[in-house]
Design a protein around this ligand. Structure first.
Ligand SMILES: Nc1ncnc2c1ncn2[C@@H]1O[C@H](COP(=O)(O)OP(=O)(O)OP(=O)(O)O)[C@@H](O)[C@H]1O
Ligand SMILES: [Mg+2]
Length: 344
């Protein structure tokens, strides 16, 4: 079965060839046996994951909090710093694949994406690490045997471009955009990746820096601004970034603090406007007058959704892609299909 996993700094997004989708925060925490387990009842947060390696019986199975469960239990997002030594990447991929793979032991053709900034440096290593991976993955009460057959690695942003043109089987769905000069903006959690596609003699190519590339700005930048702005009403008390994110994601912007509640929505509105202005001005500086040669600017990525209305006012030819947070994952699946058909 073909499955693609877009491992973002912020969220993991995955799509299967059957069209099923799953997303969760890219957060992992180790879970140790706890005497508190089951005491309070309630529903278990998604996900508790236990991994073991059938080919390495000497290695003990290990349990993790992943996604929402890790956000609640206090995991971290630092996997990208030294992922070679770190199992978080494997944990995130196994969880996503375990959730989507329908039949046990059916070989998986995996497509993964990496942020453009780390793509060149980590592409080979990730491919090596994941090819042939055989893992027993227990998620909640379900056990899946995962067997990774082949691994394709693509850069983020490129996924959005493929998703705009092709369906997940690689068939062309948007003839209008084919061979047109377009740009892609992928606003993520930590980075904004962008591609400026131009028509060459032999077809479309991505124009190099400064036209295509990555900027260290994303939805997390907005969360950090909120963190600073609420210092005043909270008289200097610093709130954890994860707590701000949880309030925005799960509690309608209401942050529990100092025995009361602070409504983050007005702060969010200002922070989103500021972050979109900053992204817009950086892109306009990079693209200059060449922006006028674009037939379309395609906005994807989870952040693109939140900032769309702002971008609409700044870019005249903006096109929103459906379910933008999954656009990269769908695009990797499309690109993988094209490679497998020998047309990539
Ligand atoms: N599962 C989700 N639930 C809620 N919001 C989400 C989810 N996935 C994405 N988002 C929204 O999208 C933003 C992050 O976008 P995205 O998932 O594209 O980032 P990323 O790919 O993880 O980051 P980067 O591209 O920097 O590595 C989040 O801050 C949030 O606003
Ligand atoms: Mg991303």
């Amino acid at each position: 079965m073909r499955i693609s996993v877009d491992i973002g700094f912020g969220y993991t997004k995955a799509v299967s060839e059957a069209g099923q989708e799953v997303t969760f925060p890219s957060i992992v925490g180790r879970k140790f046996a706890s005497s508190l387990e089951g005491i309070l009842g309630g529903n278990q947060e998604d996900y508790i994951v236990t991994l073991s390696y059938p080919d390495k019986p000497e290695e003990d199975a290990q349990s993790y909090y992943v996604g929402d469960a890790a956000m609640t239990a206090g995991g971290n997002r630092t996997w990208e710093e030294e992922h070679a030594k770190n199992r978080n990447l494997e944990v995130l991929i196994s969880t996503a694949v375990g959730l989507l793979n329908e039949k046990d032991e059916e070989p998986i053709q995996l497509a993964v994406g990496l942020p453009m900034t780390v793509f060149k440096a980590q592409q080979k290593e990730i491919q090596r690490k994941l090819t042939g991976l055989h893992i027993t993955c227990v998620i909640g009460k379900k056990t899946k045997e995962l067997q990774v057959d082949t691994v394709f690695v693509f850069p983020q942003g490129a996924g959005v471009y493929y998703a705009a043109l092709h369906d997940i089987n690689g068939e062309i769905k948007n003839v209008d955009l084919l061979n047109k000069q377009v740009a892609v903006i992928d606003v993520g959690y930590r980075t904004t990746d962008f591609l400026f596609m131009v028509r060459g003699k032999k077809g479309l190519v991505a124009r190099p820096e400064p036209f295509s590339g990555s900027e260290d700005i994303g939805m997390n930048t907005a969360h950090m601004e909120i963190q600073t702005e609420i210092l005043k009403p909270l008289r200097g008390q610093q709130v954890d970034l994860l707590d701000i994110e949880k309030a925005l994601l799960w509690h309608n912007g209401m942050l529990s603090v100092k025995g009361g509640e602070l409504d983050l929505k007005p702060y969010r509105a200002r922070a989103y406007a500021n972050v979109s202005n900053e992204i817009t001005s950086r892109l306009k500086r990079r693209w200059g007058d060449d922006i006028n040669t674009l037939a379309s600017i395609i906005s994807g990525g989870g952040g693109g959704d939140a900032l769309h209305s702002h971008f609409e006012n700044s870019f005249p030819v903006l096109t929103k892609i459906e379910k933008p947070e999954y656009a990269n994952a769908r695009g990797y699946l499309a690109a993988q299909a094209l490679v497998m058909k020998g047309r990539g």
